[in-house]
Design a protein around this ligand. Structure first.
Ligand code: ZN
Length: 360
């Protein structure tokens, strides 16, 4: 069983060639998948994910893990359906195409994306009752998102409904098992995901002369043995995810749990910044450095950014995950200005986001 997920890297910037080949960095701080140019991708702090979900649970006093898993399952299923040729799915269904190379290819991508290090433990796809896929994942970027990813991918390839269970087996080590099971009706329909309006602004990152990805990829380091990406400057762990899927999870929470969800997300993010766990004022150097950092991470183009004693203003074109950004800015303002309370206002019109944080 070939479990070697070692990744060939660019000798100049150090990014895995698979990671560079899978993405395109467009004008205006937008990154998309090369196979699906409408599919935006962003590099976010992994700690931002499960901790954010936990913080939301705390603030709402309601478990949300199932919503996260189910939404991610549907999103991944739709995505894998789009990128897998029908003849492959048909071949799997007729038991003519072996699935193990598909699993290993998927695992190699997971490593390059910073999702952790999966190890195939056992599988059976014979369209029988005891069909399953079991993997042990070291350093999962998020446990519920991994569960949703694996389930959605199995469903897409086998054309069969599945469920998932997991077991924490060690520090940052989780065993995930996916098995056939019918879905409750509320989780059967297709997921609607957000489409981001796009506006070119004439801002492109310089390409690395060797691999063609942006030179700024050298700011990150990949560890293929651990399946992690680290921001060299801040030391924090990052992963590459589709922001539309995370926003779909937020939208599902809002639909099921109420309209205070956007404010809860902003608040959870503000609390992280205040607790010093995620960001610090040192993260924002010069305006141009901040702009490049946001752009290489696919978070949009920073047009204007001002901060003073009375407040903070930001205008961004092509933003993604704007609720997280609003909370981040509010927390950032409170940390740098020393005020204990502030009010964020934001407006998102087409591809333009404006955020005002005012001292109370
Ligand atoms: Zn390179």
């Amino acid at each position: 069983m070939d479990q070697d997920l070692g990744l060939e890297r660019c000798l100049t910037c150090g990014a895995p060639l698979l990671f560079v080949a899978n993405h395109r960095w467009l004008d205006g701080g937008v990154t998309v998948q090369s196979l699906d140019l409408d599919h935006r991708m962003v590099l976010v702090e992994t700690e931002n994910l499960d901790l954010l979900f936990r913080k939301i649970e705390e603030l709402l006093a309601i478990p949300i893990e199932r919503i996260v898993i189910e939404t991610k399952r549907r999103a991944t299923r739709d995505y894998v359906l789009r990128i897998t040729p029908p003849e492959v799915r048909e071949g799997v269904r007729r038991l003519e195409i072996p699935v193990e190379p598909l699993i290993q290819a998927n695992n190699a991508i997971s490593v390059a994306m910073g999702y952790g290090k999966p190890k195939l433990e056992s599988y059976k796809f014979q369209y029988q009752e005891d069909d399953h896929l079991t993997q042990v994942v070291n350093n999962p970027y998020s446990v519920p998102l991994w569960c949703g990813d694996m389930t959605g991918a199995v469903e897409a390839v086998t054309s069969r409904d599945n469920d998932v269970e997991y077991q924490v087996v060690g520090d940052d080590l989780v065993r995930i098992r996916v098995f056939p099971s019918e879905h409750p009706p509320q989780f059967q329909e297709r997921l609607k995901t957000r489409r981001y309006p796009y506006q070119p602004v004439g801002y492109n990152l310089e390409p690395c002369p060797s691999c063609g990805g942006p030179q700024e990829l050298a700011w990150f380091s990949w560890d293929p043995d651990e399946g992690i990406i680290v921001d060299r400057l801040s030391g924090r762990r990052l992963c590459m995810i589709g922001p539309a899927y995370l926003e779909a999870i937020f939208a599902e929470m809002e639909r099921e749990l109420g309209e205070e969800i956007p404010q809860t997300i902003v608040e959870a993010q503000r609390l992280f910044v205040k607790s010093g766990r995620l960001y610090s004022p040192d993260d924002i150097g010069t305006l141009e450095e901040f702009r490049r950092l946001l752009a290489v991470r696919g978070l949009g183009y920073l047009e204007e950014f001002r901060v003073g004693p009375e407040g903070l203003f930001l205008r961004m074109v092509n933003p993604a995950l704007h609720l997280l950004l609003v909370g981040l800015l509010q927390g950032y303002y409170e940390v740098v200005s020393g005020v204990t309370s502030s009010t964020p206002h934001w407006s998102l019109k087409g591809p333009v986001l404006e955020v005002n944080v005012e001292r109370d």
